[in-house]
Ligand binder design. Structure first.
Ligand code: CU
Length: 230
């Protein structure tokens, strides 16, 4: 249903979307039932000349039913959401083989340190790009998220991931892209006057293409560092 949600392109996007539509349908049905009931009662029992009001102390059975059904529904939804949440944001949810990145937010841009050809952060082949995150398809990625100034929020709608970047905190956020393409990375926390332009691009590459791109970028940067002009 593209007209409600953006295209989905991560391994857990389907779980999020399923919950979203499930809750949408349940609350949609409840909305219709309640509103139709409201209208029906308002019309059926409207004031009419000569008809006396009747007094009631309620109906125990009806009250138990309309309390129990929502309570059970909410608990079931809570348990289902808990499982998905745990998989995405749980303490030990980051896959062990995830490719590491460091993303530092600041007013008003994203600094993205890529691990370079060796796939390890904090080694000489790392390189940092502004407002660009390049990842391989079909491989888990972990972003070490931080902020230099105020609270920002790392939001990639197509991956169904949103995580605050908080100054002084090191937060890990992971995803696995399932489709090659270019996706929006936005800041989802009002972080100042330039908040609106804190947009970046996530590029998901085919594995081979990603490796070639990474080697090329790393070489470009080490040449630049040594003063060699290509
Ligand atoms: Cu921001």
């Amino acid at each position: 249903m593209q007209w409600i949600l953006p295209p989905s392109a991560s391994s857990y996007a389907g779980d999020i979307d399923f919950l979203y539509y499930l809750i949408l349908v349940i609350t949609g049905v409840a909305f219709v039932v309640v509103e139709v009931g409201l209208l029906w009662f308002a019309i059926r029992y409207r004031a009419r000349p000569g008809r006396r009001a009747t007094y009631t102390h309620g109906n125990m059975r009806a009250e138990v039913v309309w309390t129990a059904i929502p309570a059970v529904t909410v608990v079931v939804l809570g348990i289902m959401s808990g499982g998905v949440w745990n998989n995405i944001k749980g303490r030990d949810s980051v896959p062990a083989d995830a490719l590491p990145y460091r993303v530092t937010a600041r007013q008003f841009e994203w600094h993205v340190t890529h691990p370079g050809p060796d796939g390890v952060l904090d080694t000489p082949d790392d390189f940092t790009l502004r407002n660009q995150l390049h990842v391989p398809v079909g491989r888990p990625v972990v972003v070490h998220l931080g902020s230099e100034d105020v609270i920002h929020s790392f939001f990639v709608p197509a991956f169904r991931i949103k995580q605050d970047a908080v100054p002084g905190m090191h937060i890990r956020v992971w995803f696995e892209a399932t489709d090659v393409g270019a996706y929006e990375l936005a800041c989802a926390e009002l972080c100042g006057l330039g908040h609106y332009r804190m947009g970046a691009m996530v590029t998901v590459h085919e594995t081979r293409e990603f490796e070639e791109w990474t080697v090329g970028q790393a070489a470009l940067r080490s040449d630049a560092a040594q003063g060699v002009t290509p």
